[in-house]
Design a binder for this molecule. Structure first.
Ligand code: ADP
Ligand code: MG
Length: 389
C-alpha cells in the first residue's frame, strides 16, 4: 500500500478511561517525533570495534537488516540493526533518532531490548542492541518447523509481554506494532524471557495532545486506527488480543483474502477460526481474548487488568526443556534457516508524521487454515461473554 500523507487539524477532545488512567487528549498540534537522545553517535567504521558474524541475517525490514556481531574487546554478542536514512526519497533520520530516544526512555525495563551503542554513516544508522538468541515469536509460533507453544508457555510469555507493555503504558508510551516479529526470546530451550523490540512506530501519548495516525501491521491493527480515531494505550491492547490468538492457535484471527477483507474483518470484529481450534483452548483463554478484542477501546482490559485476569493468574510455571528439541541439546545460536524475507510496507497512513511502515500481511498462508470460517467472535460463546478479571 502506498504511503499517503495528509495533514490534519485535530480539534476534538476525547476522554478515555482505561484502567486507572484517564487520558485527556486535546490538541491542535501534530504529534512530534522525539529528538533528544543521550547516546553519543559514533561515526568511525563499525568494524573497528565489532566483527559482524558471518551467516544469515537475524531479520530484515523494508529499510534495513539486523545482523549478529561481536564486540571485539569484550567478546559480547550484539544485534546490529542497520537502518537506511533515506526512504522513498525522503530523509528519515528523524525516525531513527526517535527510535533511539524511545529505547532510551524504556531502558529501565527488563522486558524491552537494551540499546548499547549507535553508529552513523552517510547512508545509514546502526543500532547496537542486546542480542536475543531465541529469535522472534513469529518463527516460534508460525513457522512450520518449530510448532506452536503449549498453552502454559503462552501464559508465561503473555505475562512477560504484559509486564513490558504495562511498563510502557504507565509511562504513557504506546508501542503500536506489537506482533510476533517484534517480540523476541532470550532463548528457546529452555524457554527464555521476552524482549520487546522495534520502537519505530511507538509514540508518547501526551496529555493535551491527541494522537491519530494510521499505521501498523494490517492483521494487528486496531479498529480505531483504521477509523482514524484517537490512539491510546488501549490500541496496543487490541494487538495483545490478536497476538494471544496467534500464539495459541498459530492462526491470524482477522486475516482475509486481501487487505480490504482483513480490514473489514477487523472493523466488524469477525474472527476467523474453526470450532475445533477453539474447543482445544482453555475457556478462560477465550474469555481473555474476548476481553481485549473489543471494538470500543474503553471497554478493553488494560495491561494491568490483563495480568489479573483469571487466565493469567495461578501457579508460576517452571521453565523446562521444551518438547520440540532433544533433551540435553544446548540452545543453539539463533540462525533462521529460512530467508527472513522482506516485510511488506504497509503504511497505511501516517496522517501527521509521514512515517513509513511495513507489515507481514502475506506471512500466513491460506493453506495453513483451509477450513477456517468467519464468525462474529462472540457468537458460539454467549455463555463466556462475562469478563473475568
Ligand atoms: P524492523 O523495524 O525492520 O521491523 P526490527 O527491529 O523489528 O526491525 O528487527 C527485524 C527483525 O530482526 C526482528 O523481527 C527479529 O527477528 C530480528 N531482531 C531484531 N532485533 C534483534 C535482537 N536484538 N536480537 C535478535 N534478533 C533481532
Ligand atoms: Mg519489526
Amino acid at each position: 500500500m502506498d504511503v499517503i500523507l495528509r495533514d490534519t487539524q485535530v480539534t476534538e477532545t476525547q476522554r478515555y478511561r482505561h484502567g486507572n488512567q484517564t487520558l485527556t487528549q486535546t490538541s491542535k498540534e501534530r504529534p512530534a517525533l522525539l529528538t533528544d537522545i543521550k547516546v553519543d553517535i559514533r561515526t568511525e567504521p563499525l568494524t573497528e570495534r565489532y566483527s559482524l558474524t558471518p551467516g544469515k541475517e537475524l531479520g530484515r525490514g523494508k529499510f534495513g537488516v539486523v545482523r549478529r556481531c561481536v564486540e571485539k574487546h569484550t567478546g559480547t554478542e550484539f544485534a546490529a540493526k542497520f537502518v537506511r536514512k533515506r526512504r522513498r526519497g525522503q530523509d528519515c533520520r528523524r525516525e531513527v533518532i526517535h527510535e533511539v530516544s524511545m529505547l532510551e526512555l524504556t531502558s529501565s525495563c527488563s522486558r524491552v531490548i537494551n540499546l548499547h551503542e549507535v553508529y552513523e554513516t552517510p547512508s545509514e544508522m546502526v543500532l547496537l542492541l542486546e542480542y536475543a538468541s531465541g529469535g522472534d515469536l513469529f518463527e516460534q509460533c508460525v513457522a512450520e518447523h518449530t510448532g506452536a507453544f503449549s498453552q502454559e508457555e503462552v501464559k508465561v510469555l503473555m505475562r512477560q509481554i504484559l509486564e513490558g507493555v504495562g511498563f510502557l503504558h504507565s509511562n504513557n508510551i504506546v508501542h503500536l506494532d506489537l506482533k510476533p516479529q517484534n517480540l523476541l526470546l532470550t532463548s528457546t530451550n529452555p524457554l527464555g524471557d521476552i524482549k520487546i523490540v522495534d520502537f519505530g512506530l511507538s509514540r508518547v501519548v501526551r496529555e493535551n495532545q491527541e494522537l491519530r495516525e494510521i499505521m501498523g501491521t494490517p492483521e494487528y491493527v486496531a479498529p480505531e486506527t483504521l477509523n482514524y480515531e484517537p490512539i491510546t494505550t488501549a490500541t496496543d491492547m487490541w494487538s495483545i488480543g490478536v497476538l494471544t490468538y496467534v500464539m495459541l492457535t498459530g492462526i491470524s484471527p482477522f486475516l482475509g483474502e486481501d487487505k480490504q477483507e482483513t480490514f473489514l474483518n477487523i472493523s466488524q470484529v469477525n474472527v476467523s477460526y474453526t470450532e475445533e481450534e477453539l474447543e482445544a483452548l482453555d475457556p478462560s483463554a477465550i474469555c481473555f481474548i474476548q476481553a481485549v478484542l473489543l471494538k470500543d477501546p474503553r471497554a478493553r482490559l488494560s495491561a494491568e487488568e490483563c495480568l489479573r485476569h483469571e487466565w493469567l493468574r495461578g501457579p508460576e510455571w517452571q521453565p523446562h526443556t521444551r518438547k520440540e528439541t532433544c533433551i540435553g541439546e544446548e540452545d543453539p545460536p539463533h540462525t533462521p534457516d529460512k530467508d527472513p524475507g522482506v516485510e511488506e510496507l504497509i503504511v497505511m497512513t501516517a496522517y501527521t508524521l509521514g512515517q513509513c511502515r511495513h507489515s507481514d500481511s502475506e506471512a500466513f498462508s491460506q493453506e495453513q487454515n483451509p477450513t477456517a470460517t468467519c464468525f462474529r467472535f462472540g457468537e458460539p460463546f454467549h455463555n463466556m461473554q462475562k469478563v473475568i478479571y
